[in-house]
Design a protein around this ligand. Structure first.
Ligand code: UDP
Length: 327
């Protein structure tokens, strides 16, 4: 297929570009390079430097490249930042997705895979979280993604859009061949910060709260390897149905606390990782982990790189070989 990957130079988008190209698809990566990296786009694919919210520009690209499906990863994705700057999130995640839908409509493209998130569930009443769990997001980030899910459902009903909105848990790790990895500026995610600390790039890792109702008091999350995550996108793309939305949790189905993650980073690197206990970060629910079975039941898909140490080892390999990221 001819596939456009919006946000194709970002962390998850670049892994999607690589996977799709390896599986024989013709990929056009679209990225404004505000957070993305030119060097992250697989050499087999084309990069168009364009903002996903530029409807006219995107329409032209979709038409020129005869695009048949869109994967939309271009978004702002930090819970804490969304609390401080909600307009950024409603603009980048909601308003720009309307513009992407406009461009797809104008270019006659009706297949979409959209990055959604477990943050749409808010503070779940019970774990593991199934796809039927009520969605009451507690951060502007989670609300922005939930709004888009609703928007996509309405559009699917009205215009026969075929879409999937996989809900990601915590995405981690790096391409197993060492060519791609995580390079956020600034980095806010736990695993890369812990590994950068192991490398001596930070003095310590801040632990955001140890008074949560969890076994060791720190937040529990479900970490899924980025390669597994993008493989699931391809499975969803292959199973889209006109007029319908597919909602699936993408996680491993196991939760690890912040302290367990830091311990695992210590184990994998063999290096000291000092920590400092600080206040809670607004918008963080105590425990999030997926019931991932629906993907397996419907499509026979499940995550393969499920050992926490293997996930961290892939991120560590990337960081050791690229201590300055893509620079
Ligand atoms: N976290 C932390 N210190 C950090 C970064 C994150 O204690 O420097 C915690 C954060 O509060 C959350 C978990 O680690 O409970 C995962 O956070 P991350 O930002 O990696 O992903 P998110 O859950 O926000 O998608």
């Amino acid at each position: 297929m001819n596939i456009a990957v919006l946000g194709g130079a970002g962390y998850i988008g670049s892994h999607a570009v690589k996977l799709l190209a390896e599986r024989g698809h013709r990929v056009t990566a679209v990225d404004n390079l505000v957070n993305g990296h030119r060097a992250a786009v697989d050499a087999a694919s084309r990069l168009v430097v364009l903002d996903a919210g530029d409807t006219a520009g995107l329409t032209a690209v979709l038409k020129a490249e005869k695009i048949e499906a869109v994967m939309h990863f271009a978004a702002s994705a930090y819970v804490g930042e969304s609390v401080r700057n909600p307009r950024l999130y409603y603009r980048n995640n909601v308003a720009n997705t309307v513009r992407v839908l406009d461009a797809m409509h104008l270019a006659g493209v009706s297949r979409l895979v959209f990055s959604s998130t477990c943050a749409t569930y808010g503070e779940p009443g019970k774990v593991p979280i199934t796809e039927e769990a009520p969605q009451h997001p507690i951060s502007p980030y989670g609300r922005s993604k939930h709004m888009v899910e609703q928007m996509l459902l309405d559009t699917a009903r009205a215009e026969n859009l075929a879409f999937a909105a996989p809900r990601y848990f915590n995405v981690a790790g790096a391409a197993l061949d060492g060519t791609l990895g995580e390079d956020h500026r600034p980095e806010t995610h736990l695993i890369p910060i812990a590994l950068q600390t192991a490398l001596g790039q930070h003095e310590q890792v801040d632990i955001y709260g140890a008074d949560y109702p969890t076994p060791d008091g720190t937040c529990v999350r479900d970490y899924i390897h980025v390669w597994d995550l993008v493989e699931a996108h391809l499975v969803l793309l292959e199973n889209l149905q006109p007029g319908r939305g597919l909602f699936y949790n993408l996680g491993v189905g196991r939760g690890y606390s912040v302290r367990e993650i830091i311990d695992a980073c210590h184990r994998v690197t063999g290096r000291n990782i000092p920590t400092r206990l600080v206040a809670r970060r607004p918008g963080d629910p105590p425990v999030l982990y997926a019931a991932p079975e629906r993907m397996f039941k419907d499509f026979g898909w499940k995550a393969r790189i499920t050992e926490l140490d293997s996930i961290i080892a892939s991120a560590w390999r990337w960081l050791r070989n690229h201590p300055r990221g893509y620079q």
